[in-house]
Design a protein around this ligand. Structure first.
Ligand SMILES: [Zn+2]
Length: 307
């Protein structure tokens, strides 16, 4: 049995997972990210302590602790280098946890872990080369090549959200203009609608207090012109991003997950058509595009299977 921890901006999820990837027990606590690293660390300590207690009742000792973070970790130094959502810069998370629990610790990016989980127990299982795209506030990815997580020579690969694919009317949170995630994330949809409304466009979305991706998809279904235009722009740029990935990596399958993915079922065939239109080798097969079916626990499972 191993411990998997999924650290998010609002909640920390943890679980005991057996060697086959089956969840034995899970627990969730608030992150309290605004309180700073010290408080979040002691929250992680108490979560792991309670998981160790539960493991005892099964008469099993955890083999290692795997953690997913919304940022970047250096596996050699065990430091978390960046974690913007949590306000972390160079924090010794791996060192602190090793000292506290005396167990091996592995820290990975959460999108990478979600992709890994998908390849263990989701739709990309049994495929040697797969891509997991997570669409939410931003865009993250997990690349699996030859059945292994691929994160590049310096651990910073798979940042597909920041592929520059065009010019956009607003800058990315990374400071650059034209990043994939400014065209094809939930934030991108909202920004586009707001920009058009501010420019005087008529839409049924004008009166909606908190416009989100869900409201935009709903308005498009009701025939709202701006919402329909926003969705086709989204399909266009999502397909450009996917085709870029296909051209570089030629995966067997691309699974789309994240907060936005459930809303994509209705437009998946449009995405297929657009990818087919943009495909470089028209007569050759390319990777399947599917929507992930894994739930909330994927981050825990993936983290606990990292060793
Ligand atoms: Zn960017």
């Amino acid at each position: 049995v191993n411990i998997g921890i999924d650290i998010g901006g609002t909640a920390i999820k943890g679980g005991l997972v057996d060697e086959k990837g089956a969840i034995i027990y899970t627990k969730e606590i608030p992150t309290q990210s605004k309180e700073g690293y010290g408080v979040v660390l002691s929250n992680i300590y108490s979560l792991i302590e309670s998981l160790m207690e539960i493991a005892k009742t099964y008469e099993r000792k955890p083999g290692f602790i795997g953690l997913g973070i919304p940022g970047l970790a250096d596996k050699k130094s065990d430091y978390v280098i960046f974690c913007t959502n949590l306000g972390w810069n160079n924090v010794p998370l791996g060192i602190d946890l090793k000292k506290k629990f005396g167990l091996p610790v592995i820290i990975e990016n959460d999108a990478t872990i979600a992709g890994f989980a998908e390849s263990i127990c989701g739709l990309t299982k049994n495929y040697e080369n797969s891509v997991f795209l997570t669409l939410g506030t931003g865009i993250g990815a997990g690349l699996v090549i030859n059945n292994k997580i691929f994160s590049g020579s310096h651990g910073v690969g798979s940042e597909v959200g920041h592929m520059i694919i065009g010019e956009n009317f607003y800058n990315c949170s990374c400071g650059k203009n034209g990043c994939f995630e400014t065209f094809a994330s939930a934030t991108a949809l909202i920004k586009y609608v707001e920009n058009q409304i501010n420019g005087g466009r008529q839409t049924i979305l004008s009166g909606v207090p908190n416009i989100g991706a869900k409201e935009i998809f709903e308005a498009a279904k009701q025939g709202d012109e701006l919402a329909k235009e926003t969705i086709s722009r989204f399909i266009k740029y999502l397909s450009i991003g996917i085709v870029n990935i296909i051209n570089i990596m030629d995966p067997e399958i691309i699974a789309i997950g994240g907060g936005m993915s459930k809303g994509l079922a209705d437009i998946l065939s449009d995405i297929h058509d657009e990818v087919a239109r943009l495909a470089h080798y028209k007569t050759l097969p390319y990777g399947k595009i599917v929507i992930s079916e894994l739930g909330n626990e994927a981050g825990i499972i993936g983290a606990a299977m990292l060793s």
